[in-house]
Design a binder for this molecule. Sequence first.
Ligand code: PPS
Length: 188
Amino acid sequence: MAFSRISKLDPPCRGIFKKAAVMLCTLFTSLFLLHCFIGRCSTTSPVKASSGRAVGLFEDFRSLRTKRLAHQWTSGSELTGYGVARRSSRVLADERTVQVSELPEEESFILPQPDLVASRKVSPRFAGRLSPLGEGSKKLPQALIIGVKKGGTRALLEFLRVHPDIRAVGAEPHFFDRNYDNGLEWYR
Ligand SMILES: Nc1ncnc2c1ncn2[C@@H]1O[C@H](COP(=O)(O)OS(=O)(=O)O)[C@@H](OP(=O)(O)O)[C@H]1O
């Protein structure tokens, strides 16, 4: 009989089946967790409730991060000349933005609209982030890095860029030596 034959499998063979079962369980669990965290559960899915909780948790973390960034930009020293910029960051230069006072406490931080970021060619580094300059507004720089070739200007730029209050251009614009004729409108 087939059953008696299966039950007579030697112990090493059963061990392999056990290992395979454990591996499959681990794989399915990992896939399930991944599925929940990327928030792609369909509405008809039976795991909707648990995935909703996972997505909610993720949203909470994102909200906390946003608050932290906003706090950094709206408080602290006025010495750098960014005080005005910080205040202006509360009202972005776009009609789609909303006044802080009109929002409940939880939504009191203004985020740029995704299409605004795309249309104003904001660096992907700043996409979805609050900016002290007002996302998408064109301004002349408040500081310049001047240096000879191979003088380490790129390194200095990258170090400055790490600071959350500093927004730097992606590539060196070379305005004064190569693009001066293009005028200030180009430079903005
Ligand atoms: N702190 C420090 N100490 C010593 N050397 C440094 C430092 N920072 C940058 N570098 C070196 O500077 C070179 C790049 O300079 P620049 O960014 O001005 O280059 S560029 O002219 O803009 O292309 C580049 O040198 P090369 O690697 O020989 O090109 C960097 O390695």
